[in-house]
Design a binder for this molecule. Structure first.
Ligand SMILES: Nc1ncnc2c1ncn2[C@@H]1O[C@H](COP(=O)(O)OP(=O)(O)OP(=O)(O)O)[C@@H](O)[C@H]1O
Length: 579
């Protein structure tokens, strides 16, 4: 999306970029090794050029010229291979470290961040953009030093032949630099466009492959194929522009290089003709001048990478500059026992407020159902209790203490929360049950939790038991089975406060009853808050809260509210009819 905050056009934030690099734990030792190897290569290159000049000037003495020439040639070859290897290793390590850093940041950003930025586009941040940044460091920033040193060594040598010659050579060099600079600016714009188009394509493919079932059930294959095709066409167009610009740049650079060579010859020939240079020096001068041109042309090619990476730098450093959730600030929540109180809570997702001055009491040690029409704010209420979003105003207390006083990590660990989606990851049943648990329970304890939610028989039927894979996002499980494992995972936390968002909605009637009997038993004397949509589930509550448009319409003992509240009565009547 062009309007996406990640893509805001705000280039040039190098302070943020260097602060990001500072945190990335770069492979400094390898970098020093690369710089040292480059310095040695520069000096070896000078010796090698001088011996080759002597050789081609007719000095063919075996020990004085030929053997040293061969020695420096071979040494230069070996050192160039080693330095190339180190450079590639550095780039790979930098990729790894930067990806780790951005990924750590990504998972620690507040949910609010993802309201404004498409999470799927972050895939490209972690893949393509990080590669551009590693390239930028290894192919642009470090070569500033290696190129400068190599140029210095060469110019120093030329000036040892004749100082004026050295300055004439320096004056002749900027032709190539100017051309590369102009081409670099052109390529930057196109490369940035390619990155954005690829990010959009990745986001589309990731989202659609997650929802293949919907696409098939809606017979939307042709429409989705066409929509994906449009994204691919946009990527292709951007790549096509890049190919044209790069294709045009090659002959322009070649012409510039020929012109440069002519200028070099014109500059040096006068010195040779006047006898200021010997034949060997004249050949060496030519070799040095060509080397210098090649070094600077290559560096100006890196400048193109620099311009291309600027967009990536901006996007990634913007993510890194986003404030993370402060997970560890505050006191440690030992046990969220006690009633939950909302005091004048204000909350909104956008400009429209969802809750305004919401006051609400959820009793301790009892089972409370939250009901209400779709969109009335039930899920958000649970999310706010779990502190997944910061409040705009007011406070939420548990047991008389402001929940924001506790560290987020200890607070969320102490609460059990089964969300509406029953999220499962690719992995084994055990991986999913232990996710975020912070301890390794015995198989007996796992059996107990699975028996409580009626899924133990299923586990026993698997030849691998708890080590059976569940497929991508739990694809090999039914909706009801996913919910049972999700509830088991929450029960294994042994929470003093359990939040359930339609956590039994996909289960059969008998299964629901069994799971609720277990929840009542396991959570006896502890606080349970759940969102319910159907008559059967409502019956499991002791206490009932009816939400409507972000307001509490009714709250009290279940029987009282069911008898007095029109929404509940209607719900029960529909529920009875349905059975
Ligand atoms: N991440 C979000 N970004 C923006 N608006 C949101 C977000 N989540 C919920 N909303 C809006 O907040 C309101 C309350 O949503 P919520 O999911 O809490 O309702 P609900 O009562 O749980 O609904 P349902 O019974 O359908 O699950 C809705 O208008 C919804 O559109």
């Amino acid at each position: 999306m062009e309007t996406n905050a990640i893509f805001r056009k705000n280039y040039g934030s190098f302070r943020r970029f260097f602060s990001m690099l500072g945190k990335a734990n770069l492979p400094y030792l390898w970098i020093v090794g690369y710089l040292a190897a480059s310095a040695v290569i520069a000096n070896v290159g000078v010796s090698s050029t001088e011996y080759s000049a002597a050789l081609f000037a007719g000095n063919v003495g075996l020990t004085a010229v030929v053997l040293p020439y061969l020695f420096y040639q071979i040494l230069s070859l070996i050192l160039s291979s080693v330095s190339g290897l180190i450079n590639n290793l550095c780039t790979a390590r930098m990729d790894r470290n930067l990806r780790r850093m951005v990924w750590r940041k990504t998972v620690s950003l507040p949910l609010r961040f993802y309201e404004n930025n498409n999470p799927k586009e972050l895939l490209s941040r972690i893949t393509t953009d990080i590669s551009s940044i590693s390239n930028l460091v290894m192919k642009v920033f470090l070569p500033i030093f290696t190129t400068a040193y190599a140029s210095f060594v060469i110019l120093q040598k030329v000036s040892s032949y004749d100082g004026a010659l050295m300055w004439s050579l320096v004056a002749a060099l900027p032709v190539n630099i100017l051309i590369s600079f102009i081409l670099g600016r052109l390529q930057f714009g196109v490369q940035d466009l390619i990155n954005r188009r690829n990010a959009e394509l990745t986001a589309t493919v990731a989202e659609r492959t997650n929802n293949l079932m919907l696409i098939k059930s809606m017979s939307a294959e042709a429409k989705e194929a066409a929509a994906g095709g449009e994204r691919m066409k946009a990527s292709y167009r951007a790549a096509g522009m890049n190919i044209w610009i790069t294709g045009t740049a090659i002959p322009i650079r070649a012409i510039a290089s020929v012109l440069q060579t002519i200028v070099i010859i014109l500059v040096g020939r006068g010195y040779y003709a006047s006898g200021a240079l010997s034949l060997t020096e004249w050949i060496a001068y030519y070799g040095f001048a060509i080397q210098l041109t090649n070094i600077l042309s290559a560096y100006c090619g890196y400048w193109t990478s620099f311009k291309s990476a600027q967009g990536a730098v901006d996007r990634v450093s913007e993510i890194m500059a986003e404030p993370s959730e402060n997970l560890n600030a505050g006191s440690t929540m030992e046990s969220p026992a006690g009633g939950i109180r909302f005091e004048k809570v204000d909350f909104s997702f956008g400009s429209e407020p969802l809750f305004q001055g919401l006051d609400l009491d959820i009793p301790a040690g009892r089972i409370t159902a939250v009901v209400g029409p779709s969109g009335s704010g039930k899920t958000t209420l649970l999310n706010l209790i779990d502190r997944l979003y910061p409040l705009n105003g007011g406070l939420i207390q548990i047991g008389g203490k402001d929940t924001s006083d506790y560290s987020l990590t200890s607070f969320r660990r102490a609460l059990g929360y089964v969300t509406q989606e029953s999220v499962m990851y690719a992995g084994t049943i055990r991986d999913n049950l232990l996710h975020g648990l912070g301890r390794t329970p015995s198989d007996e304890e796992l059996d107990e939790a699975c028996a409580a939610v009626g899924i133990l028989d299923y586990v026993r039927r698997q030849s691998l038991g708890y080590d059976a894979p569940v497929g991508e996002s739990g694809a090999s499980l039914s909706g009801g089975q996913r919910q049972r494992f999700s509830v088991a995972r929450a029960l294994l936390k042994k929470p003093d406060c359990l939040l359930l968002d339609e956590a039994t909605a996909a289960m059969d009637i008998g299964g629901k009853a069994g799971v609720w009997a277990s929840i009542r038993q396991v959570m006896a004397g502890k606080t349970v808050v759940y969102v319910a949509h159907d008559a059967q589930t409502i019956r499991n509550a002791d206490y009932l809260i009816v939400l409507r448009d972000g307001q509490v319409e009714a709250a009290g003992e279940r029987e009282d509210v069911m008898a007095s509240n029109s929404y509940c009565r209607e719900m029960m009547e529909n529920g009875e009819e349905g059975r």
